[in-house]
Design a binder for this molecule. Structure first.
Ligand code: UT7
Length: 321
């Protein structure tokens, strides 16, 4: 048994903050941000929330898949920025789209979240437990950004993307995933327990903190490794892959991954110039744009690969119906 993507959807907030807008908040400029990251602008949630963006992306993916919501057996939402601790965002999506038959849960693996949510849903399908799953990545990173910290606030944006997976007979691909919990401090964000000061440790800020160079070095080493591992474990090579869809954090990371793999940047989908780093949403937004722009075609074989806080990483081979 295998799984295939039969529908995609995406949603981003209406408000656009360009690099000049960021330069009004911290000492930076458009030229530096473009040159060091490739980012031109990002969407920031003013009215929207992690749940509302997830719901919008989910509705679009279900319409795109052409299935009735009550045929969805499972909803998994990857997020690190849910507005509430419970109920989970997946339950809010279920209620909104009328997928009453679906089991629901959220999963947090930061920017690797969508890849791990995809792998989790695919495992249920391959095991024959469920037939149809809705996988969503949704994050409002703007909520946890310190808008006075120029080393992070230039990078992130808000958004959501969704994919409907369906079980189908055929060859199933093995996934790759890993983590190094010893490197947690490289990219972290403390939860604030303001109601219960007892839990609050000195130094907690509730803001994302990052050693950018350490994350950069980790990504340019680990992402090509994970891609080569997932190809090898499935008896494939880079030539068997039509598109590489990797987490959108910095254009220089994507270029380095392409160089390591010895393949042209033209085989990578890239949209971080428009959205910045949308964490768990970056890969499904790319899938949706690729599908609707006609670049991703029926039957093509893709590699999705993510990396992020944890540190975590993952790669999978996916197919579009
Ligand atoms: O989902 C995973 C999330 N995270 C990532 O993927 C982050 C990966 N890391 C990166 O993308 C890069 O490390 C950054 C974009 C965060 C930083 O780029 P960098 O090329 O590593 O810059 P740097 O930290 O080495 O700083 C170079 C210089 C420094 O000045 P000096 O010491 O050379 O005079 C910084 O103070 O650039 C300065 N700088 C800035 N200048 C203008 C740092 N941030 C900025 C800024 N605007 N926003």
């Amino acid at each position: 048994m295998a799984e295939i993507i039969i529908g995609t959807g995406a949603a981003v907030p209406a408000y656009v903050l360009d690099n000049d807008g960021v330069a009004e908040l911290v000492e930076t400029d458009d030229a530096w941000i473009r040159e060091r990251t490739g980012i031109r602008q990002r969407h920031i949630a003013k009215e929207e929330t992690t749940a509302s963006l997830a719901e919008e992306a989910a509705c679009r993916a279900v319409v795109d898949a052409g299935i009735a919501p009550n045929r969805i057996d499972l909803i998994v939402v990857a997020t690190a920025t849910a507005n509430q601790r419970m109920p989970c965002v997946a339950c809010e999506v279920q209620e909104k789209i009328g997928a009453q038959q679906a089991a629901c849960f959220d999963l947090n693996a930061a920017c690797t979240g969508f890849v791990l949510a995809y792998q989790t849903a695919a495992a249920y399908l391959k095991a024959g437990i469920y037939r149809t799953a809705l996988v969503i990545g949704s994050d409002c990173m703007s909520q946890v950004i310190d808008w006075q910290d120029r080393s992070t606030c230039i990078l992130f944006g808000d958004g959501a993307g969704a994919a409907v997976l369906q079980r189908q007979p055929g060859l199933s691909y093995l996934p790759v995933a890993g983590a190094d919990g010893r490197k947690g401090e490289v990219l972290s964000c403390q939860a604030l327990y303001e109601e219960q000061p007892f839990y609050k440790k000195s130094g907690d800020s509730g803001f994302l903190r990052m050693d950018g160079q350490a994350v950069f070095k980790f990504a340019v080493r680990k992402v090509p490794e994970a891609i080569l591992e997932v190809l090898e474990s499935n008896g494939l090579s880079t030539g068997d892959i039509d598109w590489f869809v990797i987490h959108q954090a910095n254009r220089r990371i994507i270029e380095s991954v392409a160089r390591h793999l010895g393949i042209s940047m033209e085989r990578f989908l890239v949209n971080l110039q428009e959205y910045g780093n949308t964490s768990s949403a970056s890969i499904p937004i790319l899938l949706d744009e690729g599908k609707h722009s006609g670049r991703l075609k029926k039957g093509q074989r893709l590699v999705i690969a993510g990396f992020g806080a944890g540190l975590t990483w993952g790669a999978s081979i996916v197919q579009i119906a």
